[in-house]
Design a protein around this ligand. Structure first.
Ligand code: B12
Length: 380
């Protein structure tokens, strides 16, 4: 036997920032929310979520020996400042280029796109899995017998935020992230399902109250009043998970996000709880950091070269043509003419999608120029 407090102390020694325990059982209210969301098609093209309900049942069914779920949180906040501004709701980017990018004529140094903070460092799936292995070893040593473990980081058919709320790590914010009183929304979640009998923690009770900053500030209005997301119009989904066309009306709203989006996390008052992560692997210098130089991306000519370039980064979740599509959208939104020669070269890219978006971006830059002449005559 091992006491829950000892498990938590070991998790902390290994570097986890939060740890709680809950029971390995289904959570009907959350599952109903999930199914209703999926039936409305709000998961978009994320096929892996379509049979989630069935896979989740099979998942728990395979582990009849499971007695507890140890839920772990990893603070991934890294404080490097992000140049450039964000896609502000209500701004018409076709008319106001300076709200998106600093305009330094004659240099391409700020032809960059923003990366969501979760992807600044090394791929968290790999990094967290390594520490979960350490925790398993320490627990086995401590208990002195073989133990059953099944670990999960993001990819297993589990409702990770609901499990974390049950295990006392925080509460579900209106932007649908688990909010921790210690770390705000900047926690990755992971689980160890085990046959250890541990006393469950009390679920965390909390709410956003009347705050609705995330709902109001989401550039695409993706957050529902009832606290779910319409993934089909969420910038994180569009730039990471979505493989094909981005509806034209949404492209300007993407602003300068080239991979993921943090708008609803950045505006959250709980962001004030942020602390620098103690995990070096998750810091900006271990990966691509807060922004990508967009023109350089066009130098990556093959899928193989792309996969190699991003192999250690969460950015590898998107493929080459998706990321180049996103780069074209951002370049169109930035409206800087220095990008046009690069975009013209991209008109010969091997991917139809990239060629199409390069064409769109070239047109948009031209339109933007007309817009500047019309509305900002002093700025040309
Ligand atoms: C699919 C997915 C996405 C999709 C859909 C997002 C979403 N909100 O569902 C997309 C691609 C858009 C996405 C984006 C992001 N994601 Co994501 N994503 C997931 C994934 C794989 C599944 C989420 C899921 O089940 N969605 C289904 C819908 C129905 O969930 P929901 O609307 O929030 O409703 C749930 C809860 O709110 C709750 N609930 C709602 N109402 C009620 C009512 C009651 C009574 C109860 C009890 C519960 C309850 O139950 C529902 C089911 O869990 C999880 C990993 C996992 N396996 O859990 C990571 C995860 C949620 N993502 C994560 C992260 C970090 C992000 C991003 C911040 C990355 C980025 N910067 O680009 C953004 C944030 C965008 C946002 N505001 O959600 C983290 C969140 C960590 C945290 N602190 O919460 C997770 C947990 C991954 C991880 N292991 O760390 N993601």
């Amino acid at each position: 036997m091992i006491a829950k407090e000892r498990v938590k102390a070991l998790a902390q020694e290994i570097g986890f920032h939060a740890c709680g325990v809950t029971l390995p059982k289904s959570i009907p209210e959350a599952e109903e929310t999930f199914e209703a969301w999926r039936k409305q098609g709000k998961h978009g093209e994320m096929k892996y979520l379509e049979d989630y309900q069935v896979r989740r049942k099979q998942f728990w069914g395979r582990f009849s020996q499971a007695r507890s779920v140890i839920v772990l949180g990893v603070n991934y906040f890294s404080s490097q400042t992000v140049p450039g501004t964000v896609a502000k709701k209500g701004t018409d980017y076709s008319l106001s280029p300076f709200s998106v990018a600093r305009n330094v004529p004659g240099t391409d140094s700020n032809l960059t796109g923003r990366i969501a903070r979760y992807a600044w460092g090394r791929d968290y799936h790999q990094v967290i899995s390594e520490r979960l292995e350490l925790l398993k070893t320490r627990l086995r040593q401590e208990v002195g017998r073989e133990l059953f473990f099944e670990s999960a980081v993001d990819t297993k058919p589990l409702l990770e935020r609901t499990l974390a709320q049950r295990a006392g790590l925080g509460f579900m914010g209106k932007q649908t992230q688990l909010l921790s009183l210690q770390f705000g929304p900047w926690l990755f979640l992971a689980e160890l399902i085990t046959d250890l009998e541990l006393e469950p923690d009390q679920p965390f009770q909390g709410s956003c109250g009347t705050c609705r900053l995330c709902i109001d500030e989401c550039p695409t209005d993706a957050i529902d009043e009832s606290g779910t997301i319409d993934a089909r119009i969420c910038i994180a989904y569009l730039t990471i998970e979505h493989k094909g066309e981005i509806p034209e009306a949404l492209r300007p709203k993407i602003g300068n996000w080239v991979f993921g989006c943090d708008e609803c996390l950045n505006v959250c008052p709980y962001t004030a709880k942020q602390k620098e992560t103690s995990w070096e692997e998750l810091k900006a210098q271990e990966g691509f950091g807060p922004e990508l130089h967009l023109l350089e991306l066009f130098e990556i000519k093959s899928n193989g070269a792309y996969e190699k370039h991003f192999s250690e980064s969460p950015i590898s979740r998107a493929n080459r043509k998706q990321l180049l599509r996103n780069a074209c959208v951002v370049l169109g939104n930035l409206g800087r003419e220095e990008a046009t020669p690069y975009l013209k070269k991209a008109l010969e890219d091997s991917s139809d999608l990239v060629r199409e978006y390069a064409e769109w971006a070239i047109k948009r830059i031209q339109e933007r120029k007309k817009g500047i002449n019309l509305f900002h005559p002093s700025s040309v």
